[in-house]
Design a binder for this molecule. Structure first.
Ligand code: NAD
Length: 492
């Protein structure tokens, strides 16, 4: 038994505050009859409704964004920077309401939701700054007689498709660089969590983003949406964050019109702890890398690879941290673990634990599943997990810590890289030499060195292998929305 027997209940004042926000974005029942219901995973109650838009409306959104995009592309970088900065200020001014909305529609704790607002808003601030900084190049032609100039121009209309796990940050990580580069955009939030995106877009318009430039399409038929909009020749870019399976479908669609494509896909992050690691630091890093967002993060530690000499102490420390968590509504005070996003997620997690135990893994603690409404799954630790168990080969996306043990550095690196994914990896050691050797050997786009939460708006986030294409955040993230134009200037 780990997380509390009694679920923590939400503070009624928070529920009332959310109802006001839902009404403010026009997502209450009266405003949107017969539409997609959005549920609170704590008790499955409906908190709002969004329109279920079809392909005709999606193509209308493309037309509007395309028309508005021509003027936006001609604005100055300073103008775009000022608008984005005002949007950042509005996101921060409304941080409490946004956090409530995130918690209500997605389930994460209010503390995690507040952290997401800070993280998500930071992309808007970063790109407000970055848009006035990007540069071109000038080279002498090697044989003389010409100057070779490059400049960056907006790629054109972008389609942005986002997942449910970070409803604000995954949206701002795409919208901010798209607008900064001078592009129009059509966003499609996840069906489970559309309210946060609608609110954020409303604030963007209040900040001065032209109403038609940034379109949001909510739909229950994502396949029909992508088939229609990605076939439209006015669309020039697709940026997707979500599962690798859907990413491959979108890449195939993108191929038909040769769209510039960014794909932020699934992960299977190894978290390597060496005998010489600082135990306290490793446990703290593991806790953060595993439990942020209830484990529902693409860079969450998926496989704990722990060296024999430190393994018992590390497993004991991590288990202690996880069993101390109180489970309940993300709006309750003192809560450490909210509900999973839906019941499918809970069923999948049970299947992963059963499979691991069936293959010989040792179950150290299994968070109780709550009886009744709400999609709860408590923090769970399985040790001595065989490398071929599903919990080790697939993305867990939940609060299961799966531990494997190793003897040598070479073995750790080989096992860490034995996956089709390559998003994030972690290494914990007090040896600088080993830290760099291992980090350099990992086949991932991101490495946390003695650090469980590596993401930063100023750094390029993204994966290799089947974890994706392209980067988000940093200067590289702006380039995803730009083309390079080259001028050959003849000299007499
Ligand atoms: P998902 O792939 O099911 O859905 C993501 C988005 O794609 C949603 O908006 C969904 O409605 C839409 N979608 C589904 N089918 C579609 C189709 N045929 N055409 C167009 N859109 C379609 O993923 P999810 O369950 O929402 O999110 C979890 C996944 O996202 C995990 O695999 C996670 O690793 C990944 N993720 C990756 C990153 C990253 O930066 N690499 C960040 C967050 C989440």
């Amino acid at each position: 038994m780990s997380t509390s027997d009694v679920l923590l209940e939400p503070d009624p004042l928070s529920r009332a505050a959310v109802a006001k926000v839902v009404a403010r974005i026009g997502a209450d029942r009266a405003a949107v009859p017969n539409a997609i219901p959005v549920r609170d995973p704590h008790d499955d109650s409906v908190i709002g409704y969004v329109p279920d838009l079809g392909t005709a409306e999606a193509l209308d959104a493309v037309s509007r964004a395309d028309a508005a995009g021509r003027d936006w592309a001609a604005t100055t970088p300073r103008h775009r920077a000022d608008v984005l900065r005002r949007w950042y200020d509005l996101l921060i001014d409304n941080a409490d309401d946004i956090a409530l909305l995130i918690t209500l529609e997605m389930g994460k704790t209010l503390a995690d939701a507040r952290a997401e607002v800070t993280y998500g808003a930071d992309f808007v601030r970063w790109y407000a700054e970055e848009t006035t900084r990007h540069t071109g190049t000038v080279r002498e032609a090697p044989m003389g007689g010409a100057r070779l100039l490059t400049r960056r121009v907006p790629v054109g209309l972008a389609v942005l498709i986002t997942p449910w796990n970070f409803p604000l940050a995954m949206a701002t990580r795409k919208i901010a660089p798209a607008l900064a580069a001078g592009c129009a955009a059509v966003t499609k939030p996840a069906t489970l969590t559309p309210l946060t995106t609608l609110f954020a877009v409303q604030l963007a318009v209040a900040a001065g983003v032209p109403g038609d430039l940034l379109q949001t399409v909510t739909t229950s038929n994502a396949g029909a949406f992508s088939n229609a909009v990605l076939a439209d020749p006015r669309v020039r870019k697709v940026s997707f964050t979500g599962s690798t399976g859907v990413g491959k479908v979108l890449l195939r669609l993108a191929a038909d019109n040769v769209l510039k494509s960014s794909m932020e896909l699934g992960g299977n992050a190894p978290f390597i702890v060496f005998d010489d690691a600082d135990l306290e630091r490793a446990v703290e890093g593991a806790f953060n890398a595993k439990m942020r967002n209830g484990g529902q993060s693409c860079i969450a530690a998926n496989r704990f690879l722990v060296q024999d000499g430190i393994a018992d102490a590390f497993v004991e420390g991590l288990t202690e941290r996880l069993t101390s968590l109180r489970m309940g509504s993300g709006l309750a005070s003192g809560v450490g673990l909210g509900p999973m996003v839906d019941h499918n997620a809970v069923d999948r997690l049970h299947g992963l634990v059963d499979d691991a135990v069936g293959r010989g893994a040792k179950l150290l603690t299994h968070g109780r599943t709550h009886e009744g409404p709400g999609s709860y799954f408590g923090a769970t630790v399985v040790d001595h997990v065989p490398a071929d168990a599903e919990v080790a080969t697939t993305e867990i996306f939940g609060p299961i810590a799966a531990v494997q043990r190793f003897s040598t550095q070479e073995e750790a690196v080989t096992r860490a890289n034995d996956t089709e994914f390559g998003l994030a990896g972690y290494v914990f050691t007090e040896s600088l030499d080993r830290a760099f050797h291992v980090a350099d050997s990992l086949g991932t786009g991101i490495v946390g060195i003695n650090q469980g939460v590596p993401s930063n708006a100023a750094a390029p986030f993204g994966g290799v292998k089947e974890s994706g294409l392209g980067r988000e955040g940093s200067a590289e993230g702006l380039e995803e929305y730009q083309e390079i134009r080259f001028y050959n200037l003849a000299l007499r």
